[in-house]
Design a protein around this ligand. Structure first.
Ligand code: UDP
Length: 324
C-alpha cells in the first residue's frame, strides 16, 4: 500500500510510519514540524520506502500530489497538547478544522479511505465515573475557556467525517485516542507522563495540578498502533467512531498516584508539588476533567482490539528512553 500520514513526524505518526514500513508499505509523511520533530523519523530515513515532506495540511498545492499518490490516508496532523492549544488558540482551530476539511475534500475525489484522529476530549468533562462511550452526550465548559478549543475543533472534524460518509460515501474511520504515551513523546506541550518523568529524572519538583485526584487511563503507543492498523483494515469501520485506549484494570490511575509511581520507578528525590490550576495556566484558560476512562466494547467487538501493555511496562520504557 501507498500510505500518506499527515502529522507523521509526531509522536503517534512516527510509530505508525515505522510499523507500516515494517509490514512492507510505502509511506509518505507530511508534517509542518509544529509539534512534530524530524528526530522522530530520523531512524526511518534510510528506508527507500520512506518519504518525508515538510509542509502544512493547510496548503492545497502541497496536499494534492500526495493525496493523488497514496492509496489510503491517516490524518493525524493537528494542534495537540493542552499547553500548545492554550498558547496557540487560533492556529489550533485553523489547523484542526480547515486542515481536515481540505483532506476530506481531496480524498473524496477518488474515494480514498481516511482514518481521522480524534480524541476522548470530544466528550468533555462528564459527571461521575462512568466509562466514556462513543455515543455519550458531550459536556463542555464555556467558549471563553481556551482549553475547549481542542474538543470543539475535533468535534467539528468528526462531524465533517461523518457527513462525508453519509452524503458522499467517502470511507472515513474516526478514532478517539485516550492519553496515548510512550518513548519519544515530548514533555513540551502539556502531556503529563513525559513531564513527570523528566521532572523526576532532573530532580525538579513533580507538578501535580490541583489535588491530583483526577484520573486518567493511559494507552501504550504499541497498543494504539495495533488499534489503528486494525481499524484501517476492517470493512465495517467506515462511518463509525471508535474509542482507542488502554485496559482500565492495569492503566487507570489518579494523577497523584502517577506522580508517586514515577518518583519510585526513577528513584528520584524530587518533591511532589501540588500546583493550583490558576498558577499553572492563565486565569480562565483551563478546566480539568476529573475522570476519563474508555469503554472499549465497540473496538473490541468490531476489530478484536485488546490492549495488552500495562502502565508499569510503558512507564519503564519511557523512563529508559529519557535516561538515555
Ligand atoms: N497534569 C498535572 N501536571 C502536569 C501536567 C498535567 O497534574 O504537569 C494533570 C492534568 O491536570 C490532567 C492530567 O494530568 O488532570 C492529564 O493531563 P494531560 O494534559 O496529559 O492530558 P488530558 O488532560 O488531555 O487528559
Amino acid at each position: 500500500m501507498k500510505v500518506l500520514i499527515t502529522g507523521g513526524a509526531g509522536f503517534i505518526g512516527s510509530y505508525l510510519a515505522e510499523r507500516l514500513l515494517k509490514q512492507g508499505d510505502e509511506v509518505y509523511v507530511l508534517d509542518d514540524l509544529s509539534t512534530g520533530d524530524l528526530d522522530n523519523v530520523r531512524h526511518l530515513e534510510d528506508n527507500p520506502n520512506f518519504h518525508m515532506k515538510v509542509g502544512t495540511v493547510l496548503d492545497p498545492e502541497t496536499l494534492k500530489p500526495l493525496i493523488d499518490w497514496c492509496d489510503i490516508i491517516y490524518h493525524l496532523a493537528a494542534a495537540v497538547g493542552v499547553n500548545y492549544v492554550i498558547n496557540n488558540p487560533l492556529q489550533s482551530l485553523t489547523t484542526n478544522i480547515r486542515g481536515t476539511e481540505l483532506i476530506l475534500e481531496m480524498a473524496n475525489k477518488d474515494k480514498k479511505r481516511v482514518l481521522l484522529a480524534s480524541t476522548s476530549e470530544v466528550a468533555g468533562k462528564k459527571n461521575g465515573k462512568a466509562l466514556f462511550s462513543e455515543d455519550d452526550d458531550r459536556l463542555l465548559g464555556p467558549t471563553t475557556v481556551t482549553r475547549w478549543i481542542y474538543s470543539t475543533s475535533k468535534a467539528v472534524d468528526e462531524m465533517l467525517g461523518l457527513a462525508y460518509w453519509r452524503e458522499k460515501k467517502l470511507p472515513v474511520v474516526i478514532v478517539r485516542f485516550f492519553n496515548v504515551i510512550g518513548p519519544r513523546q515530548s514533555a513540551e506541550y502539556g502531556m503529563v507522563v513525559p513531564r513527570f518523568v523528566k521532572q523526576a529524572l532532573l530532580g525538579h519538583p513533580i507538578t501535580v495540578y490541583n489535588d491530583g485526584e483526577q484520573r486518567r487511563c493511559f494507552t501504550d503507543i504499541d497498543d494504539a498502533i495495533d488499534g489503528l492498523l486494525a481499524l484501517m483494515a476492517h470493512d465495517d469501520t467506515p462511518g463509525e467512531i471508535f474509542n482507542l485506549g488502554g485496559n482500565s484494570e492495569t492503566n487507570e490511575i489518579a494523577i497523584k498516584t502517577l506522580a508517586e509511581k514515577v518518583k519510585t520507578l526513577t528513584e528520584s528525590d524530587s518533591p511532589i508539588e501540588f500546583v493550583p490550576y490558576d498558577k499553572a495556566f492563565a486565569k480562565g484558560s483551563y478546566e480539568d476533567l476529573n475522570y476519563r476512562v474508555p469503554d472499549l466494547t465497540k473496538i473490541t467487538r468490531v476489530v478484536g482490539y485488546e490492549p495488552s501493555l500495562s502502565l508499569d511496562q510503558t512507564l519503564r520504557r519511557i523512563i529508559e528512553y529519557y535516561e538515555s
